[in-house]
Design a protein around this ligand. Sequence first.
Ligand code: SER
Length: 593
Amino acid sequence: MTAKDIRQKYLDFFRSQDHKVIASASLIPENDPTVLFTTAGMHPLVPYLLGQAHPAGRRLASVQKCIRTGDIEEVGDLTHLTFFEMLGNWSLGDYFKQEAIAWSHEFLTGADWLGLPKDKLAITVFAGDADAPFDQESYDAWLKLGFLPDRIAKLGKADNWWGPAGQTGPCGPDTEMFYWTGEGEAPIEFKPSDKRWVEIWNDVFMAYNKEADGRFTELKQKNVDTGMGLERVATVLSGQSDLYQTDLFAPLIKELETMSQKLYQDNLKNFRIIADHIKAATFIMGDDKGIAPANTDQGYIVRRLIRRAIRCGRQVGINLESWTAKLAQTVIDEFGQTYPELEHNAKFILQNLHEEEMKFAKTLERGERELIALSSSQGISGANAFDLYQTYGFPPEMIKEIAAEKKLKISLETFDEDFKTALDQHQNLSRTAAVGKFKGGLADNGEATAKLHTATHLLLAALRQVLGEHVLQKGSNITAERLRLDFSHPDKLMPEQLKQVEALVNEAINQALPVACSVMKLEDAKSIGAMGVFESKYDQEVKVYTVGQANLPFSREICGGPHITNTKELGHFKIIKEEASSAGVRRIKAILN
Ligand code: SER
């Protein structure tokens, strides 16, 4: 079964259970300032899990693009991936544990579906604690499906509780399904600590909300959120242990063998890192938001991924020009049919990879000069190597390599320790900053955010009036204090233009225009001229927000919300910054007083 077959079967199965299939949301969360990337299928659905009506209904299924950056340093083994695809189905206050478990079981074992042998499956359920009781209902449901008590483990919050995705928000006990990947028959007794049992699916029963004070309160709406990693399932079904040998990665590995003239089997770690990183970077840059390598936020992650891949490439002896772009082309060829945005943005992806390769080469040259200078003055230490790493992205392993090659003066005995001390210090600082950034949680649909959200629509409409119709939204990010809009436009805005834009927005506010929401088919939304990222591939219903008269609106956009209901609530709009975001993309930050 190819990855494509698995995606198709999954969506077909849930369609046959009355689910609406929704398209993967962007990898860059819309209006969620708390995280850089979409980390799970439920992530774009948080407002709906909290009770907002979803235009497609109460039973949803999707294949969601996800990025997790927490374990980038671990990539290279057989379990950590930066980019992955998550199959998921949701009940927004519709069905609950019985149906979710029965369907998971049928999809995994049914002859028409994945057809996995039941005797290789095992289960975990939530054991219960002070916050929530033992999940008896799930336990009984699995027993009824024929699982013996020996194959159902009861575990605590660390294992069988999922969420919230931020500091606060929807969460709940889960039940997880494991598959035996060891040789021969599976042991009768399931020991979750035995790594040959691999988790393949997670059904979360989101019946709780974690509050800011740490309490778990029951949600009015009882939801189901399930997640099955496509890469895991593809590996299990292929009967091999190495996910890089499944069709989700094999073409990349093959290409790398050709480029390096070396075998994967002799270079496992480097090949895996390169394949993972270039695939992830390709998907992020290919996501309609115009994210290019940069020194902050998502762009920084892209830069880090590309540069690490280039370093690993050097280690396996790849020295072709623009080779990362060539590899990205393979990613686009393999995944472009499923994710057409990759094809639309192919030029942008390849160009940025080409440029980043050249920039990194320059960085390395400059770093090398600095190293030679250091060597003839104080000598190279772990501490000043860290400065080089920070300033130029010059990696410590390469510093050691070059020092050896050029016979430079370096304190090798203390190098690693000094470097680590400097790094830890730096990470503590940035972790503190990251925690600050995370506060507020995903569930923050507050008044201030809604206002800034509506103001963002007004701003985009005003920019199009002043600058022209080529202006499209490339990204948006809202905190409690300000909005930030990235949009396509080649040049810096003149002060006069900024004034005009501000004036137009304030005029729309002063006219007290109504903000109306209607739900319609994507095709209809397009035909009435609604702006938005048309990444949906399925016949899908969307929300359209109209500001002003229905026949001649000031702004009309496809958007999930939330918004306020009349522009008069916005106060006074002020642009506080205009700057470049990436090539051909400008960024405006603005506030409401
Ligand atoms: N949110 C859960 C997960 O990511 C289930 O979808 O595993």
